[in-house]
Design a protein around this ligand. Structure first.
Ligand SMILES: [Zn+2]
Length: 332
């Protein structure tokens, strides 16, 4: 669940070299071999080089509507990345029985506990699956779909890191993932979240080619926005995420940044209260195998109580939010 390290100079050269290809066709190009483009030190890079690198994928127009459905002043989008075994060894190939059992806790105990809470409170949410997580425990789909409230979206094939793949492989894995998820759920997913929020130079091109309605892995705003690729508006809605609004780093009992779940809940509440004041959006990323434990579900319950008591809140799936902001912005 960690982001990859900041790109090395070589990666930046790769990213830059992909720009003209991304502009031209909807095919996913192989990330080209490192060119001699600009392997110099960052402080010696040319004006054009830095600008092209930054502009590869950028935030375009703000899509926050004047009000949310029902006249609500704030939208609440709860996401659950159902990583399970994929982040407990499968994605790296370091297969080990102990960590895999921790992954199984996700489908066996945590997901049912979370879905029970959401269904009881009538809160639509979005569940992003690496395909393998759903293939290993397909009963998760029925559980999520039973209420008719929730959305299932795509989170890669086996939680692969996009920047470690060539474009053809990345494209093949995402197509496989969409097909596998559709086969199990009966519905073709319309939303994409990159595993580890990791975008390669090819990711957005592939997302566009496959016709996704929205993307949810980038961080340029608190509000929904349109993605711009190499200066061109894409029509793809970005529903931005943030590490502050992710349960995984702060709930890791073996990590350096561990926090008491009740303190984490207060961070979420403060983020929500400001979103409410500003009339924008509150998007929280959680993981069943992280937040579905007994002492953590308390934080989600407390947050939901707070939001419901405040009023003026629209709870929706990511798909509902993306469709709504597109309509409000006249993008249909
Ligand atoms: Zn994940």
């Amino acid at each position: 669940m960690k982001l990859s390290a900041r790109p090395e100079i070589r990666d930046l050269a790769l990213a830059l070299a992909a720009v003209p290809l991304a502009l031209g066709a909807c095919q996913a190009p192989d990330a080209p071999a490192a060119s001699a483009a600009d392997a110099s030190a960052p402080w010696d890079w040319s004006e054009e080089y830095v600008r092209a690198a930054v502009n590869e994928v950028r935030a375009g127009r703000d899509l926050n509507p004047d009000s949310w459905p029902g006249g609500a002043r704030v939208a609440v989008l709860l996401s659950f990345d159902v990583d399970n075994e994929t982040v407990q060894g499968l994605r790296t190939g370091e297969v080990s029985i102990g960590p895999l059992s921790q992954g199984q806790y996700g489908s066996r105990v945590a997901l049912p506990r979370i879905v029970r809470l959401l269904d009881r409170e009538n809160i639509p949410s979005t569940f992003f699956f690496p395909a393998w997580s759903l293939k290993l425990a397909p009963e998760q789909a029925g559980l999520i779909q039973a209420s008719g409230l929730h959305e299932i979206a795509v989170h890669g094939w086996i939680h692969e890191l996009n920047t470690s793949l060539d474009g053809q492989t990345e494209r093949r894995l995402l197509i496989q993932a969409v097909d596998a998820i559709e086969e199990i759920t009966g519905e073709r997913p319309v939303g994409y979240r990159a595993p580890s929020w990791n975008h390669s130079p090819n990711t957005l091109t592939i997302v566009r080619e496959l016709g996704f309605l929205y993307e949810s892995s980038l961080m340029a705003d608190d509000r929904p926005y349109e993605l711009v690729q190499a200066g061109e508006p894409t029509g793809v809605v970005e529903l931005p995420v943030e590490w502050i609004l992710d349960d995984a780093p702060l709930f890791n009992p073996r990590g350096n940044s561990y926090m008491n779940p009740r303190d984490v809940m207060q961070v979420w509440i403060d983020e929500f209260d400001k979103a409410w004041e500003e009339g924008t959006m509150f998007l929280l990323t959680m993981h069943p195998h992280v937040s579905g434990h007994r002492s953590r579900i308390v934080a989600l319950e407390g947050l939901i109580d707070h939001m419901q008591a405040k009023g003026g809140v629209w709870f929706g799936t990511h798909e509902d939010a993306a469709r709504y902001v597109r309509e409000q912005a006249g993008m249909n």
